[in-house]
Design a protein around this ligand. Sequence first.
Ligand code: PMP
Length: 414
Amino acid sequence: SIVRCCCSASISSESSDDESTQKPFPVPESLRSKAATGQNALLVGGGAASPNPRSISALQLPGPGMYSEYAKNLRKEIMEGLRYILRTKNEYTFVYHGSGTTATTAVMDNLLEQGDKIVVGVYGHWSSIAAEIAERLGANVIRLKKPLGSRLTLEEIEKALSEHKPKVLYLLHGESTTGIFQPLDGIGNVCEKYGTLFAMDLVATIAQVPFDMDALKIDVAMMNTQKGIGGIVGLAPVSFSPKAVAMIKNRKTRPRVYHTDVTEQAREWLIEKPKCYQVGTCVHSTSLALFHMLREALANVVDEGIENVWARHEASNRYMYDRVAQMGLEFVVPVKKDRLPGTLIVKCPKGKDAHKIVSFMWDKYQIEISSGFGPQTFGKCIRIGLFGHNARVETAEIILDALEQTLGSPETDA
Ligand code: PMP
């Protein structure tokens, strides 16, 4: 039979498509039972931490719709919470949907036009990914590389900026794949001196260590929500200084990706006047469930007080580092003050197998740790992330008691 549609084209209802949808398609039996997840797992690997219970329960809150006054207010509260943990007055502080990598890509796409120069500090796998993202977007990338276990000095950074005069300097505050903690003092002033925008990845440090975005003269910051903030994977916070925004507004070409274009997002977050709020200013559909998750994670930080959150992290991280040192394990980063407080990385002890250690911890104790990430550390190291809700001395005790037993077991021998 022939069906005539409104555009007057003809389609046959006896197409092979119709035949194929009438045939039974194998049902995935694996989906008929409940997900086989660890019930009380403790997530302390290098990636996502066990989330704060308050942010998890907020996922179930009903939302009256993404264009409602309620949703507008929810966005406002999220922006205020982010400004509080960053210590910034930046109006352009909001979130993208996605994980930290979405934010890295968005930062690069918004700041860099074809051929623009960027200096990226490369001291691990995530920093090398950031450099690759900028390169794929067509930027002229200068990698400031450091060997495993060392960080950049202010002199090395200044030398690179005076030589290359880049548009952007991109650094990671914490490199979670190698355990490097990059000090930031003085870098903002150096960037100012050479007319360079200072952009930072704060994924491994936000709401974990004392931080002041405006005092450090950082122009752009990106984060995720599953580490120190205490939420789950799904949103990617960013903050742009007025200087960064002015630069974006003066671009010759538009950012290549529509939905992460800062100018488009600024309308959704009502930083700029929306084009047409009645019809909908959202760049794409909004997940109010994720917004609730983040709002409650931030509210939890506000209730505790950011200074107390930092102090809790400091106490539990110090306990973890001291006890691991007593256990005789060797740190990847030799200089104590260069070690990333919340993400500890030690070399896999001689005669042991890093993957077996990770599996044993999971199978026996339902504790997720990691064996490293990226070519420098995967399979050679053990990584423990103690941040967000997990950053407590009692939790560190549970993890390290289990680790001691695991290292003593012949089942983890190489
Ligand atoms: N930067 C750093 C320092 C990270 O540790 C991570 C991931 N843990 C990322 C970027 C990427 O973030 P995401 O996994 O949320 O995409």
